[in-house]
Design a protein around this ligand. Structure first.
Ligand code: ADP
Length: 481
């Protein structure tokens, strides 16, 4: 679901840009074609996009290359687009906004990435038009989302209005990726308006619902208001986009801005195929969005409050933990053993062993392979279920990374299938199976952090360590303070 939305947002931006490009600066009323047409001030060809998409691609690629936000790398990429046509549809850059051009010139002179132009007079839509990669990369992490939405604007557009609009719009896109309804996204409570400029608050509070003439000039407030009006008023990606483009003026950018949010909301599947298929460099756009999805920031400490999901660490005996599911680091025989396995069977009682014997007789006559996960009830333990998984033997299983990832992934997903809300993991494979604890820690945390976003029921994951020393290794390997 999230993937479809993330890809939809970037492709939606490009579709809006490409559909609007042929009408840029036109005065309404005029008829618009439901397919791409050629022409306009830049004489675009069918499905050709402009600076909005080129800059969004630069930003997306920078987040991917740098594993996060790096202002200097972003400015370097914008500069290579401007000077060498990097991520352009042509061999050169053919369309650039004034504020961006001034900021890039200043960056070239000073090497200072925060070269944005300040002041209300410089509140163009040039940072809003390329914003969505920030939201798609940081949608799980509200704090980072707000901080980087602001900074992504400040490097070219320092105006408070442009910055506030980016902060607001990034949260809307992130909310759409997470699956919020339109009512929720557009409600007054969705975003904290504290410290925002009154012009932005006025739009947030619903100026876009008014029945009036919308004129999407290059002023960021006009662009925001028009894009939200179409998002609010229409029930499909297509109808909203055709409407904003029929209003004239900065058609490609208002299309791109609408497309970022509507694409995230309706998803890639919700954008007409006649538009996606005919986009120039569609495969590049798709694969960049896919990479954004694969790399989207994993939160380093725990999940934000909005998702009500948490990862935490405990030191103690896993058999004493009060969670819906306890994961057992089993061996292939499923009949008990040393370490965690031994402790679980000892404390959990014979009912667990009976169920394991039954599983051996029925589903696993040759034992349980390394990687999959299987559930039994939990006997005398406080949990509802036990999930048994066999970790890799570090020295003998050459594909131990994939196998250990599978143990965590399959256990988490199985617990979610059982509609459980909490799960406790031991440090799988780091005992008798001798997986180095630091390497195992990184794998465990990365897999769980990534997958927890998608669980329907599980919202609480605890990693249980037998000693404080092991917990410290886990924290250090994952940069957790
Ligand atoms: P494996 O066979 O997968 O290597 P082990 O059970 O031998 O698994 O050990 C896994 C990790 O669990 C080790 O780091 C060990 O210190 C820890 N451990 C052992 N017993 C317990 C327990 N009762 N509660 C929590 N952790 C435990």
């Amino acid at each position: 679901m999230q993937k479809n939305k993330i890809i939809g947002s970037l492709i939606g931006l490009a579709v809006g840009d490409a559909l609007g490009a042929a009408y840029e600066f036109k005065r309404p009323p005029y008829n618009i074609n439901e397919n791409y047409i050629t022409g306009g001030v830049h004489n675009v060809s069918i499905g050709e996009w402009t600076d909005d998409t080129s800059m969004a691609l630069c930003l997306a690629q920078s987040l991917i290359d740098k594993n996060g936000f790096d202002t200097k790398d972003q400015m370097d990429k914008y500069l290579s687009w401007y000077e060498d046509g990097y991520f352009s549809t042509r061999s050169e850059c053919f369309d650039i906004g004034n504020t961006v051009a001034r900021a890039l010139a200043s960056y070239k002179n000073t090497d200072e990435p925060f070269s944005g132009i300040a002041g209300d007079n410089n509140s163009g839509n040039g940072s809003l038009m390329r914003l969505s990669p920030i939201a798609l990369y940081y949608y799980q992490d509200k704090e980072a989302l707000i901080k980087y939405a602001a900074q992504s604007s400040q490097i070219t557009h320092k105006s408070e209005l442009a910055v506030d609009v980016c902060i607001y719009y990034a949260q809307l896109i992130a909310g759409a990726v997470k699956g919020y309804s339109k009512e929720e996204l557009l409600s007054n409570e969705f975003i904290d308006t504290k410290d925002m400029r009154k012009e932005v608050i006025n739009v947030m509070k619903g100026s876009y619902k008014e029945d009036k003439v919308y004129k999407p000039t290059g002023y960021v407030i006009d662009t925001l208001e028009t894009a939200l009006m179409a998002f609010y008023r229409f029930d499909s990606f297509e109808d909203g986009l055709l409407h904003v483009i029929s209003l004239g003026y900065d058609t490609d950018t208002v299309g791109a801005v609408y497309g970022q949010l509507a694409g995230a909301f309706y998803g890639h599947n919700g954008i007409p195929k006649k538009w996606t298929n005919a986009l120039i460099k569609y495969n590049l756009l798709y694969s960049t969005a896919e990479e954004l999805y694969n790399n989207s920031s994993v939160q380093k400490v725990n999940f934000n409050d909005e998702m009500h999901k948490k990862i935490h660490i405990l030191v103690g005996d896993i058999t004493t933990i009060n969670s819906d599911v306890i994961v057992n680091a089993a061996n292939y025989r499923l009949l008990g053993g040393g370490g965690v396995d031994g402790a679980i069977h000892r404390t959990g009682g014979s009912k667990i062993l009976d169920e394991c014997k039954f599983l051996r007789k029925t589903r696993y006559p040759d034992g349980l392979f390394t990687g999959p996960a299987v559930a039994t009830t939990a006997g005398n333990l406080k949990a509802k279920y036990l999930i048994h998984t066999v970790g890799p033997k570090y020295r003998f299983d050459s594909n131990h990374v994939e196998l250990l990832e599978s143990c965590y992934k399959n256990s988490l997903m199985l617990a979610d299938d059982y509609k459980c809300e909490s799960i406790a993991f031991p440090s799988i494979a780091t005992g008798i199976y001798a997986y180095p604890k630091d390497e195992a820690a990184k794998i465990a945390y990365t897999v769980i952090n990534k997958l927890l976003v998608n669980t329907r029921y599980i919202k609480d994951v605890v990693f249980v360590f037998y000693s404080q020393e092991d917990a410290n290794i886990f924290k250090k390997s994952n940069h957790i303070k």
